[in-house]
Design a protein around this ligand. Structure first.
Ligand code: NDP
Length: 621
């Protein structure tokens, strides 16, 4: 099928800029992230609630392993798989959940699906010989694929599920990490890979009364099918018949589950602060003939194309392989340049063109709302007034038509900057009380809040009891975003002073492969420890800051959210954790050159015989 640019309407750029600014301002809250409640203390039940398979009890462990991987989602699975491929066999993955999968284990709400096309999102497809069933995979398939990865890399044998890490301490005398858990374990490890993912801890709106509510409530990441009826495979929520349900939040999660709630509940109130971008889904089964035609290396090429389609600018000869809403703007820019005869354009001119195409594409999305939602007032409330990627775009065929149902009420809480209170019987918003039987929190995750909150681990201590949180109190300090001075053999995955890819799993593979390369070298040298030198770490921090390419204008214009520090202050610390400015592929090239050089610049390998105290004294620590 030929990939065409979309037809987008004309716009009044200046008027729209002003409208976007006003819309962002009316949502900005001075408390920033402090507006959210952490699920600790009396709210911990939202996290501890185990709606799925019971996790068996077991005895506490006191043992030793080469590697502990903290987190059994894609980041952890890939890192462990890459470590296996360089000969590390003793690997314990530790995870709170009952299986591999991470977010794809926990998030089983009705309709859960990935908006990134499956061929670019599911990692290592060629290696595992797997082709997704559909263009956009359902959560159940992704979860099953994670399990397949666990089997493929033989990771089940040593995995510790149902286990929450409470403390991580470097033991100088043993040259090992000591990992303490809620099960009373004391696991010692030479290396530890932090792979908790960005969406592992739910957060709640910071309003009074959450515990006061006498009805039923849960967060979408712990969907309670016992209450709603149905299950993951067949989400017939028949127990909602006769019930009044409220859902708080209209992000990517709510967009997927709202149509199911509306279908089964007697009454559904959707509390919306900021509307999502909603385009059509266009899902279809994988074309088997197409699948057969793919040549070795196809997935990396596709991931590259996906990344460029979102983040960079297509050149004349680039073909948009993905051809969905993610690459629409880029596709349209390419068409506009072609129509103009490919004039030379400066970077600033390209950015200007990008802004125009962005506004046009968003106008198309707003017109689309009018074409689907019958009540003009409701349609108006559902229109997103911000630039593409300010918020996570959503693709769903059932969400907007849901607002044509008589049993669904959209409650706009943007003027009040959110709901105001939960009472014994329901929700208060805009001064009006809504009595309900059930409140579902689709209020998101600790994505960019304080690191200690995000990790949910009180103690992470390196040499000399140095706290990681203190080490990073004034900003991240890493080598390549993956290792930290005074934290020997501790490796990091995720958004942290590295390259940010459109497909998060591609980034995890880059990191897992690089970490495995370093560990293989440490093993080959018989090194007791490996960590960045003070100078190596400092040099990388300097490189990152010198190459910072933060589009401040863009982020400041955005409606508040976790992407732009809730719209308060656009600093380099966004969800992307101070990314390497030249981009993901430039970072990939940099890592490759670093590995090829073979001198492991910036890292220190300490031989087993080196007394650690001597080394520390030499560094004046
Ligand atoms: P989000 O953080 O995206 O959404 C949270 C929602 O809660 C927002 O609509 C937010 O409003 C609203 N909210 C927060 N506080 C209040 C309040 N006090 N009153 C009213 N509303 C409030 O969480 P999601 O779980 O939807 O998505 C998280 C991420 O997970 C996504 O960004 C995406 O990366 C991933 N995801 C991907 C999916 C996919 O691929 N299809 C599906 C689901 C999730 P506001 O916007 O104003 O802050």
């Amino acid at each position: 099928m030929k990939c065409e640019p979309t037809l987008t309407p004309d716009i009044d750029l200046l008027a729209l800029r002003e409208k976007y600014r006003q819309q962002a301002d009316r949502r900005r809250r001075p408390e920033g992230f402090a507006q959210y409640l952490e699920v600790t203390g009396e709210l911990e039940e939202f996290l501890e609630f185990e709606p799925y398979e019971p996790i068996p009890q077991r005895e506490s462990l006191a043992d030793e392993t080469d590697v502990v991987v903290l987190g059994g989602g894609f980041a952890g699975l890939i890192a462990a798989g890459r470590l296996k491929s360089v000969g590390v066999n003793s690997i314990r993955i530790i995870d709170r959940s009952g299986d591999f999968g991470g977010v794809w284990y926990w998030n089983r709400y009705p309709g859960v699906q990935c908006d990134v096309e499956s061929y670019s999102y599911l990692p290592l497809l060629e290696e595992l010989g797997y082709m997704p069933k559909d263009r956009y995979a359902y959560g159940s398939e992704i979860f099953a694929y994670c399990q397949q990865m666990g089997r493929h890399f033989d990771l089940y044998r040593h995995a510790l599920f149902g286990t929450v890490v409470k403390s991580i301490r470097w033991d100088e005398t043993l040259n090992r990490w000591r990992i303490g858990t809620n099960r009373g374990d004391d696991v010692r490890a030479r290396y530890i890979v932090m792979a908790p993912g960005p969406l592992n801890r739910p957060k709640l709106p910071g309003v009074p009364g959450i515990k006061r509510f006498k009805g039923h409530s849960f967060h979408t990441t712990r969907w309670d099918y016992h209450y709603t009826g149905g299950d993951w495979a067949i989400p017939e929520l028949d127990k909602l018949a006769g019930k009044k349900v409220a859902i708080i939040g209209t992000g990517a999660t709510a967009v997927q589950c709202v149509p199911y709630l509306a279908k089964y509940a007697d009454k559904l109130y959707v509390f919306q602060r900021t509307p999502s971008y909603i385009d059509d889904r266009g899902n279809r089964p994988t074309d088997q003939e197409w699948a057969k035609r793919q040549e070795p290396g196809w997935q990396l090429q596709r991931m590259r194309n996906f990344h460029i389609g979102i983040n960079e600018i297509f050149n004349k000869d680039d073909v948009d392989l993905i051809c969905d809403g993610w690459s629409e703007i880029n596709r349209n820019i390419q068409a506009a340049r072609k129509a103009a005869g490919w004039p030379d354009m400066s970077f600033a001119q390209l950015m200007e063109l990008r802004e125009i195409e962005d506004y046009r594409a968003m106008e198309r999305i707003r017109q689309r709302v009018d074409s689907i939602v019958k009540d003009p007032k409701t349609a108006e409330i559902l229109k997103p007034w911000y630039r593409f990627l300010c918020k996570r775009p959503c693709f769903n065929d059932d969400y907007l038509p849901t607002f044509n149902r008589p049993n669904v009420t959209l409650v706009d809480v943007s003027a009040a900057k959110g709901i105001s209170e939960i009472t014994e019987h329901g929700i208060i918003a805009n001064g009006i009380g809504y009595e309900v039987d059930c409140i579902i929190y689709a209020s998101g995750f600790e994505t960019t809040t304080d690191l200690r909150r995000r990790y949910g681990i009180d103690i992470v201590e390196g040499r000399n009891g140095l706290s990681l949180y203190e080490h990073w109190a004034n900003g991240f300090r890493t080598l390549h975003g993956m290792s930290v001075h005074n934290f020997p053999g501790m490796f990091f995955t995720g958004y942290l002073q590295g390259g940010v890819s459109g497909s998060i799993t591609q980034m995890y593979d880059q990191q897992g492969s690089h970490i495995a390369h370093i560990v293989a070298e440490a093993m080959a040298r018989g090194a007791a420890t490996v960590e960045p030198s003070r100078e190596g770490e400092a040099a990388w921090v300097e490189t990152i800051r010198a190459n910072l390419m933060l589009d401040t204008n863009f982020w400041e214009s955005c409606t508040p959210g976790y992407n732009n520090n809730e719209g308060l202050e656009v600093t380099r610390y966004t969800i992307f954790g101070e990314p390497y400015g030249p981009g993901f592929h430039a970072f990939d090239d940099l890592l490759r050159r670093w590995r090829d050089a073979g001198d492991f610049e910036g890292l220190e390998f300490r031989p087993s015989a080196t007394p650690v105290c001597e080394t520390l004294a030499a560094q004046n620590i």
